[in-house]
Design a protein around this ligand. Structure first.
Ligand code: TYD
Length: 338
């Protein structure tokens, strides 16, 4: 395949780019190198003969049109993804997550023979009551500016698929974790702070439930999806979930143990406004295609803690001035008051 990956310097994108190259595909990586990107994630493949990096924005219409025209498959991982940042600065989420997708759709519409595969999230369904799982056809009920942007992108995809008879595959994943994730996200934030013996800001009662997937399992799922992309016009949604659902507090406690920290590091702080209580995906469709997760959360957390402990050089640069300013804005008062 000749794949255009967007956001390939990010967490998920970089794992997928490496896997695609290892499988013999040709990869162009379009990445705007915003704060969450880390080109070092791709250092080992930077000079690979079948890899090309293009520094650019998915909202750049002529650039995207040219790159899409060269590809047979477009894999969209470019996104603003952090809910807390979407509460502080929602505009950039609309631009990247919605306008960026429309730019891709326009390019795909005019190019035709190219398959668009888009990464979405379980958060488009909003908070689900205990015992309920969202199947692919469940109604959208997003609650944060982030999830509303992802749902809006999906509505644009539906509109284009319907109007222009495009086949588009939409993957919706549960929460992903593993090496190379930006340190602002829950698991890496708690790991890096636990390693430093710093307080861990647990929002509210910490009983919010998330479904977790180790990044290698996600990559395996993406490969299964890519191996059988439906070509019929329409939106083909597929859920990537493990069924491993845990309250945040349990994850925090496990991280404390693994990082050699004390559970007293966990500090309850003011809750995230509009905080969804529970996400859960029905991933039967993907499992019917032979995929099953290989890494249980306990093992995945141990691997992840070890990676952050042994690879400080990979993530310490992310603790620069921009992060310190964000951290102060997001946690300064909360931790001070806690
Ligand atoms: P996050 O990694 O932001 O993913 P999402 O909100 O998109 O699922 O957070 C995962 C969970 O952890 C979520 O319920 C919020 C919670 N959380 C905290 O309790 N403290 C924190 O500092 C962060 C970043 C998240």
């Amino acid at each position: 395949m000749r794949v255009l990956v967007t956001g390939g310097c990010g967490f998920i994108g970089s794992h997928v780019v490496r896997a695609l190259l290892a499988e013999g595909h040709t990869v162009t990586n379009l990445d705007a190198l915003t704060y969450a990107a880390n080109p070092a994630n791709l250092a080992t493949v930077a000079s690979h003969a079948h890899y090309r990096f293009v520094h650019g924005d998915i909202c750049d219409v002529p650039l995207v049109r040219d790159l899409v025209a060269e590809a047979d498959t477009v894999l969209n991982f470019a996104a603003e993804t952090h809910v807390d940042r979407s509460l502080l600065d929602p505009g950039v989420f609309v631009r990247t997550d919605v306008e960026g997708v429309v730019t891709l759709l326009e390019a795909v519409r005019t190019t035709r023979d190219v398959m668009l595969v888009h990464m979405s999230t379980d958060e488009v369904f909003g908070s689900l009551p205990a015992g309920m799982e969202a199947a692919e056809e469940a109604p959208f009920a997003p609650t944060s500016p982030y999830s509303a942007s992802k749902a809006a992108a999906e509505l644009q995809i539906r509109a284009y698929a319907e109007t222009y008879h495009l086949p588009v595959t939409v993957m919706r994943s549960c929460n992903v974790y593993g090496p190379n994730q930006h340190i602002e996200k829950f698991i890496p934030l708690f790991i890096t702070r636990a390693l430093a013996g710093a307080p861990l800001p647990l929002y509210g009662d910490g009983l919010q439930e998330r479904e977790w997937i180790y990044v290698d399992d996600l990559v395996a799922a993406v490969r299964v999806v890519l191996a059988g992309l439906p070509r019929a016009p329409g939106v083909h949604a597929i859920h990537i979930g493990t069924g491993e659902r845990l309250p945040n507090r349990a994850v925090a406690e496990t991280i404390c143990r693994l990082a050699g920290g004390n559970e007293s590091l966990i500090q309850r702080v003011g809750d995230r406004p509009g905080h969804d209580r529970r996400y859960a995906l029905d991933s039967g469709r993907l499992r019917a295609r032979g995929w099953t997760p290989a890494v249980a959360i306990k093992e995945g957390l141990a691997l992840t803690v070890r990676w952050y402990a042994e690879n400080a050089a990979a993530w310490e640069p992310a603790q620069g001035a921009e992060f310190r300013e964000y951290f102060q804005r997001q946690y300064g008062e909360r931790l001070g008051a806690g």
